[in-house]
Design a protein around this ligand. Structure first.
Ligand SMILES: *Cc1c(COP(=O)(O)O)cnc(C)c1O
Length: 405
């Protein structure tokens, strides 16, 4: 077993060696600009890009012409929201999103609110982290131009009822954008069946390179139009100017092809490992709570709260395992995750949460080791915790007067 162990695959993934192999020639001898129409170097690059476009489109059941390459899902989210709002402004000034979206959507929505006077509805989620299709329906007004709801959450793995939301959007004639970054390549995604009009995703979450992503933009029924946010040579049918990063796009294509071929078996394998990790921890430790949906969640995700244990202390105690906690260091303070807060998880349990993100290169050995170490460290930290001791003695912590007057 090699240390450190990587269990943070929602943040990024290790590139698959087969992806690197496909990319390498495009850094060296095949260096052409895909927009060079007059010579063999350009034709070769263009062919590689078009081949990647097909591989990517196949994974999401789209037409290759419906893909716009970007630098990643953050840019795709920005382009979708800003592009639609700018293009459809005369139709309305209202969009609907949810409280547990990735910051790339939330901060873009916030910017549109403050800088461009857009009205935004941030839908709540239930205690499993799911958006209710009825809430979406009820939030739609005659001024609504866009619904932006993620496919699967990056912290808790909960999968939203995307097909139902797509159906409502269609019925009401409102465009539907979906940040599918965590779902593409992990669970089946079909833009037709799901009624998705615009969709963001990125290569580096699916064992591809960092710095390349895509925005799916529906071409018919309806034909979606977006205002470009980058002016220049008119690449990507005018929607995103800039010379295409051919090696990255080739890697993105290869990554999608591998996911298409291996997703069915990989998701079963990862879900079994994840379930074993969960069961192994819960068997030995009390007061451990699952965050997210028990079944409607990503196969490689596990988010647990360990009562009476600070997530940050836990991470510091197991430095040989790369994990993520439910607290974000924002400036001087430690803020509990806004996703967990939206689920109604209390501040204490939110600070006690740990996200385990399994991936293609995770092994059974690593999972066994992780189970053992988590049990050890949680037990140790609880032994040191006066709160845990009081709780064990049957003292109701809520009745304790903490403040010194
Ligand atoms: C990682 C992630 C993003 C950002 O993707 P980048 O390619 O790193 O910009 C956006 N949305 C979700 C849900 C993500 O998990």
């Amino acid at each position: 077993m090699k240390f450190p162990i990587y269990l943070d695959n929602h943040s990024t993934t290790r590139m698959d060696p087969r992806v690197l192999e496909a990319m390498l020639p495009y850094f060296t001898e095949k260096f052409g600009n895909a927009a060079s129409r007059n010579h063999a170097f350009g034709w070769e690059a263009e062919e590689a890009v078009e081949n990647a476009r097909k591989q990517i489109a196949r994974l999401i059941h789209a037409d290759p012409k419906e893909l716009v390459f970007t630098s990643g899902a953050t840019e795709s989210d920005n382009l979708a929201l800003k592009g639609v709002v700018e293009m459809y402004r005369e139709k309305g000034d209202h969009i609907i999103t949810s409280m547990t979206e990735h910051r790339a959507v939330l901060d873009t929505a916030k910017a549109l609110e403050t800088k461009r006077g857009l009205k935004v509805t941030y839908l709540p989620v239930d205690k499993t982290g799911m958006v209710s299709p009825d809430d979406v329906r009820n939030a739609i007004t005659d001024k609504t131009i866009l619904i932006s709801i993620m496919l699967a959450n990056n912290e808790i793995g909960t999968i939203n009822p995307t097909k139902e939301i797509g159906k409502i959007a269609k019925e009401k004639g409102v465009l539907f954008h979906c940040d599918a970054t965590q779902g593409v390549g992990k669970i089946p995604v079909n833009v037709q069946e799901m009624g998705i009009d615009l969709m963001s995703f990125t290569a580096h979450k699916i064992y591809g390179p960092k710095g390349v992503g895509a925005l799916y933009v529906r071409k018919k029924a309806p034909r979606v139009r977006i205002a470009p946010q980058m002016d220049g040579g008119g690449h990507e049918r005018g929607m995103r100017s800039g010379t295409l990063p051919v090696p990255l796009i080739v890697g993105f294509g290869k990554a999608c092809e591998l996911c298409e071929q291996e997703m069915a078996t990989e998701s079963v394998r990862l879900a079994a490992m994840r379930d074993r990790l969960q069961a192994g921890i819960l068997k030995e430790l009390e007061e451990v709570y699952l965050n997210g949906h028990p079944t409607q969640r990503l196969p490689h995700n596990l988010n647990l709260s360990f009562a009476y244990v600070e997530g940050e202390s836990l991470l510091m105690g197991v430095k040989e395992i790369a994990l993520s906690s439910g607290s974000a260091c924002t400036s001087a303070t430690l803020e509990p995750s806004y996703v967990l807060r939206a689920l109604g998880v209390g501040s204490d349990l939110a600070h006690s949460s740990i996200r385990f993100g399994l991936g293609r290169f995770s092994t059974d050995e690593e999972i066994d080791y992780t189970i053992k170490r988590i049990i050890e460290i949680v037990t140790k930290l609880r032994e040191m915790s006066p709160l845990y001791e009081m709780a064990k003695e049957g003292i109701d912590l809520k009745s304790v007067q903490w403040a010194v007057h």
